[in-house]
Write a protein that binds this ligand. Structure first.
Ligand code: B12
Length: 273
């Protein structure tokens, strides 16, 4: 298979998995509320590729970007050649359910918790199909070394992962940051991200922007949506306040966390404004 064929094959495998895997649906038995029965969490993803040697990855190790803990593609996979990033847009049902005020809707809680589980299942699936083609692959989100530091762990390094999926998505050409610091893609900001690193060369996606916040129109709609006043035009989003709201949300359904109010009922919800 040449690199174009391999990317087409991978894209098809990802799309079929999102469409066909039962893990993308909430069963009647597992539903937090009757409204969530047979809920499909994610629609067809966006997929983009960067070279593992793209110098922008090194730039992420600077303190103003992510910091020195940010791992490079070759730290995960020594023979890394390409990085594939994917954005899974929340389904309309999930998005609309979260239009009200706090707390997050049960549908949104599912897309946060079972949604992340699904992203890991997708990573495992990609790993299987790529290995079957003789390609080495690592999915950082499925790897025991993937971590994130929260304020309680170390305030000076708070809210940083050693593989920030948004920064990887930015390098791969999927989109730019918003006032809320979420990534805005061609399918909006309401969704979750994942990525894999592979040893095969794949056709690289053009990065159609040069500014970090190019897709954000700074309309301020997310400012009004935030229940704790964590977002401002002057300083973007205060992660400490945002995290506090997420912690509060844990009291509603044990084991569930989420908010996402700033990602819905805003112009960047499901399209690039
Ligand atoms: C820690 C964390 C949080 C923290 C802090 C969030 C944050 N903005 O960092 C808290 C608890 C607050 C949080 C909340 C939420 N999170 Co969260 N979180 C993470 C996590 C685990 C790590 C984030 C990280 O490493 N940040 C690193 C710091 C450095 O990022 P930053 O300060 O925002 O980055 C700025 C600088 O880098 C600056 N910059 C300066 N110079 C330069 C130079 C260059 C070259 C670049 C690129 C950037 C740059 O630009 C950036 C934007 O301002 C990721 C998962 C992962 N492993 O990636 C999910 C993740 C970011 N969360 C996600 C989501 C969905 C949420 C929630 C909506 C939860 C929910 N589902 O209800 C909320 C609100 C999200 C929001 N609007 O920001 C998604 C984002 C999806 C998207 N569309 O972008 C992620 C990617 C999880 C996933 N797998 O999809 N989260």
């Amino acid at each position: 298979m040449d690199s174009n064929e391999l990317l087409s094959y991978l894209t098809q495998e990802i799309n079929e998995f999102v469409q066909g895997s039962s893990n993308n649906w909430i069963s009647m038995r597992g539903a937090l509320s009757p409204s969530c029965a047979a809920l499909k969490m994610f629609d067809e993803p966006l997929i983009a590729v960067a070279s593992a040697q793209d110098p922008l990855f090194e730039r992420l190790r600077e303190p103003d970007a992510v910091g020195s803990d940010m791992r490079m593609p070759t730290d995960w996979l020594p023979n890394a050649c390409s990085v594939v990033s994917y954005f899974l847009p929340m389904s309309e049902r999930v998005r609309l359910s979260n239009y009200g005020g706090r707390p997050a809707s049960p549908e949104w809680f599912h897309a946060r918790i079972e949604g992340q589980f699904f992203i890991m299942k997708l990573g495992e699936h990609i790993t299987r199909v790529m290995r079957a083609k003789g390609v080495d692959v690592i999915c950082p989100a499925c790897h025991p070394d993937m971590n994130a530091t929260f304020f309680d762990d170390d305030p000076s390094a708070a809210y940083r992962s050693n593989w920030s999926e948004r920064h990887v998505a930015y390098v791969c050409g999927l989109g730019t940051f918003s006032l809320t610091r979420g990534i805005i893609t061609e399918k909006g900001a309401a969704g979750r991200l994942g990525s894999v690193i592979v040893s095969a060369p794949l056709p690289i996606t053009e990065r159609p922007y040069s500014d970090l916040y190019e897709y954000c129109i700074k309309c301020g709609a997310c400012i009004k949506r935030c229940p704790v006043g964590a977002i401002s035009l002057e300083s973007g989003k205060d992660n400490y306040l945002c995290h506090g709201e997420m912690q509060e949300s844990k009291k509603i359904f044990p084991g569930y966390v989420g908010c996402g109010k700033c990602q819905v009922d805003v112009p960047c919800e499901h399209a690039r404004p």
